[in-house]
Each structure stands twice: as C-alpha cells, then as structure tokens.
Ligand binder design. Structure first.
Ligand code: ATP
Ligand code: MG
Length: 512
C-alpha cells in the first residue's frame, strides 16, 4: 500500500481507494479556536507519532483533519444497520470521518477517525459532538484496553469552542472532536450495505479488504469468505465473553456497532455493572431490555447472523462447501448453491457457542484463581454449576460484581470477613464456597485479573460534569486510575467502592 510520509503523520487511503462506493469524499469543519483537552501519549508513541508535535498548533490541526498530509483522502463511510432490530438501509458516518490509515511501527494498520467533525452527507442531526460524551468514549475505551479487552481507542479529544445544543440540556454544551483509532471501522452494517447494493463485485472487494486487513492467513484459502465469517464469529464470541466477565454492558449492540475486527466500538450508552444483574440496562432508550447485560451473547449471535446473510452470495458452491453434498443433487443449480451456502453459513454460526463457552470458561477459571487446576479435576460442567450458584447469590443479594471478586481473593487468603460483609445479615455464601476453597485458589493470580478499579458510573458522571464546566482534573485522575485497574493507589480508595447506597439509578444516552 502507498503511504505518503509527510510531516508528523502519514495517512494511507486504502479504504477510500479500494472501496470508493463505500465512502463519500469529505472534509472536517475547521474550528476557530481549538483546544487540545486530552492526548493519549502512550497510544501516540505506539503509533509512531510524536506527542510533542501533536500538541503544537500544526499537530492539533492534523488531529482535527484541518491540515492533511499529501495523499490523504478523508471519507465519510457509509453503512447500513439493524438498530434495536429495525433495519436502516443507509446510516453511515453522519458526524464522523475516516482520515486514513496509519502504519504503526509494529506493522499494524490503524484507522485514524474523527467523531464530531461536522455534518456529512449521512448526517442525521447537527454533525457535532459535546465534550462530555467524547471524553466518556476516551475514558471507557482506555479502561477496556487496560483490562485487556479489544477496543477502538481515543488518540485525542479536542474542544472546538463551538456550542452544541442537545435536547436534555437548556444551555449549549461545549463541543469537541474525538480522534479515534481502530483496527478498522468495518462493521457488520458495512457488509449489510454492500450486500443491499446488489453489487457482488463490491461485496467481494469488501470481503477481500477485510481479510487482508484482519485475517490475512485466510487469503489463499479457496473458501476464504466462509473463513472470514468463521473468524468474525470467533472474534465476536471472544469479545462478548470478555465483556461478560468484566461486567460491561455495551448498551447499543446494533449491527452498525459490531466490528469485523472484534474490537469494541461506540461507547455511547455503555456502563459497567454495579450490582450483578443479568437484566441490567442503563440506556435511556432500551425500554425493552434488548441489550441487557445477560442478553449480549445472544444479540452478538443475532448480529453475526446478519453478517452471514450478507455474505451468502460469496459462500462456497456445492463442490467446495463442507458437508453440503446432499444439495449438489438438487436440479436447479441456483438453489443448490443457495442451500449449500446456507448450510455453510449455519455451520460457521454454530461455532459461536463453543468459542464463547471456551473464552468464558477460561476467563472465569482465571477470575476464580483456579486456572492451574486441571480440567479433569474440575471439568467445565462443574465450573458452570459452581458459577451459577455463586452468581445467583450475587443477583439475589444485589452484590457489587467487581468488588465481589476482589474480596473473594481475600477469602482465598483465608480472610473472609469482607466477603461475608457483602451478604445481608444472617446470610452466608452457599456450598460453592467450600467447594471452591477446596480447589486451593491462587489469590495473587486473582488480583492480576480481577480489577479493583473500573470506571464506575457515578465517578464517570462526576468527572464529565466537571470537565464540561472546564475542570479536567477529575477526568485526568479517573483516567489514571482506570488505566491501572489492578492496583488501588493510596488515597484513591473511593474508586474501588460502589455508588453510595440510595444513589439514583444510572442512565446513559446514545448519540450525544
Ligand atoms: N450529532 C449527530 N449528527 C449527525 N449524525 C449523527 C449524530 N449523532 C449520531 N449520528 C448518526 O446516527 C447514527 C447512529 O449514531 P451512534 O449513536 O451509533 O454513534 P456514532 O456517531 O455512529 O458513533 P460510532 O462511529 O462510534 O458508531 C450514525 O449514523 C451516526 O453518524
Ligand atoms: Mg454507532
């Protein structure tokens, strides 16, 4: 790929060049008086960018897409998507732009993308974004990254000096642009859009682009597109298992917010669980609980099924489809192909359950400090039974999910007073506790995988309210705490505690 190297940054145009039907050439609005609010220096260095140059006036203009290296070709990407189950045929970057791709020193290709950079041909509202939600995306993404969960990441948030109006606030809010990086911004919705055009060559080009970018080992395979589907199924299964293990509720798992890379994207209405509850929903608009915590694996599979449908025309004909020999005898070759493609797609989708279960089981073994216990001694069926009993108690007594696993590590050291204190008077953990203790759990290993600090909802709200008023100190302190999630620093004990009893239920908002 040609990557122009000019000034502080070099931006490739692979997406714009290879998939012109999926992008509208566009430019970001130029704010009068931009101010860099947050710069992710570790990420900048990982990408081979010089933080000092990025902080300069020219660097900020580069971040905003106002000054571009030669050869850059920013595009607003188009995609479709099922939003809360209803199909929207044309969504796309309404307030976002793909500036281009950066080749990191380690060889990775990374998208540089803006959110809040002005209305595009796909705009559904003003095209802008407010400081609070953009800093929120920065904070949540960095917390997820620190927890080892694949995610898009913020490189910077730049205040624009422009006010944005939102329904829920009387006054104009300060505007901002989020500068985001990602393995790519290819979404299930991108494939739905390509399929809907009826242009099979485009669908094939998109699939080949995704393979080259994310699963290059598949490229030479005769059934590479089926391989793509299986690889995305597996990546999403692992991703959603990691969300479940850490108590993350994405909140808006539309197909346009489901990546092909298996990275978490779109931190609009997400939140971490306080009390463990499979029915937990935080989003103001998720009235039916479609995207509740416990529904996430099923929704991921639903979204992947939409990807499978989009890919059907590329799936193997009878001669190469594994296990589809019966349909080869069907008289009509068209329907023979479609039957074998469906069989192949179903087979790929059936990989979701085992991949999810494997990721969840090994993650839960690690959380319980029993990763070293041989599976023959403590099989998965026993793990599932023990976890169900344990999590059932958390749900029944509304016990804080994150704190529970940290005090369980104390219990592994024989100090069980704090564990018992999480239970209501007169109640005690059930038989699972002695069964677990009998496995000699490793307390130190538990403390390496169970976070003590997560971006708790009440802390995030307080930090963002202050940032909206111009005081970034709470945001910076919380960012520092959540990016070191396994250690509790002196003086920061409040970060480890749930919201005070009697706090209002937490509510999150989309598209702000
Ligand atoms: N303020 C806005 N102006 C124009 N379009 C918007 C605005 N907010 C959201 N949209 C569009 O509405 C759709 C859904 O938006 P959503 O809340 O999922 O966030 P998003 O802007 O799409 O972020 P992401 O790129 O992280 O998915 C998208 O097509 C988006 O571009
Ligand atoms: Mg979105």
């Amino acid at each position: 790929m040609d990557v122009p190297t000019v000034d502080a940054i070099a931006l490739g145009d692979a997406f714009a060049r290879e998939l012109p039907e999926l992008g509208a050439s566009w430019r970001a609005v130029r704010p009068e008086d931009p101010e860099l609010l947050a710069l992710n220096e570790p990420l900048a260095r990982e990408l081979g960018l010089d933080p000092i140059r990025l902080r300069g006036e020219r660097g900020v203009r580069l971040l905003l897409g106002n000054e571009l290296p030669e050869g850059a070709a920013p595009v607003a990407q188009v995609y479709a998507g099922h939003q809360f189950g209803a199909y929207a045929p044309r969504l796309g970057d309404g307030r976002a732009l793909l500036l281009g791709e950066i080749r990191a020193p380690d060889g990775r290709l990374v998208d540089l993308h803006l959110k809040g950079s002005g209305p595009t041909p796909f705009a559904r509202a003003d095209g802008f974004a407010a400081v609070g939600p953009m800093l929120r995306e920065y904070l949540m993404g960095e917390a997820m990254h620190a927890l080892g969960i694949p995610t898009t990441r913020a490189l910077a948030v730049v205040a624009t000096g422009r006010g944005v109006r939102r329904d829920d606030s009387f006054d104009a809010l300060p505007g901002a642009v989020l500068v985001r990086t990602a393995g790519s911004h290819l979404r299930v919705g991108t494939f739905q859009y390509a399929r809907s055009t009826g242009n099979l060559a485009l669908l094939r080009r998109l699939s080949d682009h995704a393979i080259a970018r994310h699963f290059p080992d598949l490229a030479e395979r005769a059934d590479a597109h089926l391989g793509l589907l299986s690889a995305v199924v597996e990546a999403q299964a692992r991703l959603v298992a990691s969300w479940m293990l850490v108590g993350f509720v994405h909140g808006v798992m539309n197909t346009d917010n489901t990546t092909i890379s298996g990275e978490t994207i779109d931190y609009g209405p997400c939140a971490f669980l306080d009390a463990y509850d499979p029915a937990a929903v935080f989003s103001s608009i998720d009235h039916a609980g479609r995207y509740a915590y416990g529904s996430q694996p099923g929704i991921a599979l639903w979204n992947l099924t939409r990807l499978a449908e989009s890919l059907l025309p590329l799936l193997p004909p009878p001669s190469t489809a594994a296990g589809a020999s019966g349909s080869a005898q069907t008289a009509d070759p068209e329907s023979a192909h479609s039957e074998s493609a469906q069989a192949a797609a179903l087979d790929a989708l059936s990989g979701f359950g085992p991949a999810y279960d494997a990721a969840w089981s090994s993650g839960m073994r690690a959380k319980l400090g029993i990763a070293a216990v041989p599976v023959e001694r403590f099989p998965d069926a026993a793990l599932v039974e023990l976890s169900a009993a344990m999590l059932g108690e958390l749900q029944m007594h509304r016990i804080d999910y994150t704190r529970f696993f940290r005090v369980l590590a104390d219990a592994a050291r024989g100090r069980d007073d704090e564990l018992f204190a999480l239970y209501p008077d007169g109640r005690r953990p059930g038989a699972w506790l002695s069964q677990w203790t009998g496995l000699s759990p490793d307390a130190r290993a538990m403390e390496e995988v169970n976070p003590v600090v997560i971006p708790r909802n009440h802390l995030v709200d307080a930090a963002l309210d202050a940032a909206t008023e111009g005081d970034l100190s709470l945001f910076e302190e919380l960012l520092d705490a959540v990016t070191r999630p396994y250690v509790l620093q002196a003086g920061r004990e409040r970060y480890a505690l749930p919201a005070p009893a009697g706090s209002r239920p937490h509510v999150t908002y989309c598209g702000t």
